[in-house]
Design a binder for this molecule. Structure first.
Ligand SMILES: Nc1ncnc2c1ncn2[C@@H]1O[C@H](COP(=O)(O)OP(=O)(O)OP(=O)(O)O)[C@@H](O)[C@H]1O
Length: 254
């Protein structure tokens, strides 16, 4: 099994945000998590990426129990994530923002940096190479020397992808990657996700844009009040009565 959760549960006081969710990602595919507001989607991401530790249950990645690992260890194993909003260093260039992303993979210490040791210089140039490579991959070479404050919203979304890719992940969790951008730009990001999958990266995204998900995803999990109410192909999900009721409150059509 590639990445799976077993009976994952997160309680905040009296509220069960994620309730007994067992789910496995399809390796090398686009997986999606959908559900009404407050259904527990972001919390589920936070549990898998180590930002929150679960109340109970497990996260297993390639037969290793990663449930109690801190976020940096989880990232080192090859699990990357983006957030609903990406805070960039606005007064740094796009390239410098992404170089910082790759530092996670290097071994230099602060002393190496202060003394500018050979190891530091070697790793610094590796970080730069990686940043250039991922910016090319996400289509941002032309703006790599611009200040982050000067790029468009859609370009910022692509920087978020680049930051995740700079850590050489096997799987990326994307939290609402297409929020706040127009349909053409959304289409462009969908293409980018397909390109990631073509490179062998497994994708898992949270998204409210239903048309995009139904076209893009190979497998969908639906959460409602923290519980998994359905999983399957887009077609199975679209025809699932519980899903229709969760979204429409039982009425006939959207
Ligand atoms: N740190 C926290 N402390 C207390 N309650 C929280 C915390 N994080 C999330 N919750 C609650 O857990 C529930 C699930 O929230 P979550 O953000 O995971 O939902 P979501 O499906 O991602 O929602 P949205 O689509 O609106 O982003 C909500 O009721 C939310 O208020």
């Amino acid at each position: 099994m590639f990445l799976e959760t077993k009976a994952l549960t997160k309680q905040f006081g009296g509220l069960i945000a994620v309730n007994d969710v067992s789910f496995s990602l399809e390796k090398g595919k686009i997986n999606a998590i959908i559900g009404p507001n407050g259904a527990g989607k972001s919390t589920f991401f936070n549990l898998v990426s180590g930002s929150h530790s679960p109340t109970s249950g497990q996260v297993i990645f390639k037969d290793q129990n990663i449930t109690k690992l801190p976020p940096n260890k989880i990232a080192e194993l090859g699990i990357a994530r983006t957030f609903q909003t990406t805070n960039l260093f606005e007064q740094s260039t796009v390239l410098d923002n992404v170089i910082v992303g790759h530092r996670l993979r290097t071994n230099s210490t602060l002393l190496d940096a202060v003394l500018r040791t050979k190891r530091f210089k070697r790793e610094e140039s590796k970080c730069k190479e990686k940043a250039i490579e991922v910016l090319d991959f996400v289509g941002l070479t032309a703006v790599s020397d611009q200040l982050a404050s000067n790029i468009t919203q859609e370009e910022k979304k692509r920087v978020a992808f680049a930051l995740a890719l700079a850590t050489d992940p096997e799987v990326v969790f994307l939290d609402e990657p297409a929020a706040g951008i127009n349909p053409d730009e959304t289409e462009g990001l969908a293409e980018l996700m397909k390109k990631m999958v073509d490179r062998g990266i497994t994708v898992c995204l949270i998204e409210h844009k239903m048309q995009m998900i139904m076209k893009l995803a190979d497998k969908i999990m639906v959460l409602n009040y923290g519980e998994k109410i359905a999983e399957g192909t887009p077609e199975e999900i679209m025809n699932n009565q519980m899903v229709i009721e969760a979204y429409l409150g039982g009425s006939a059509s959207a």
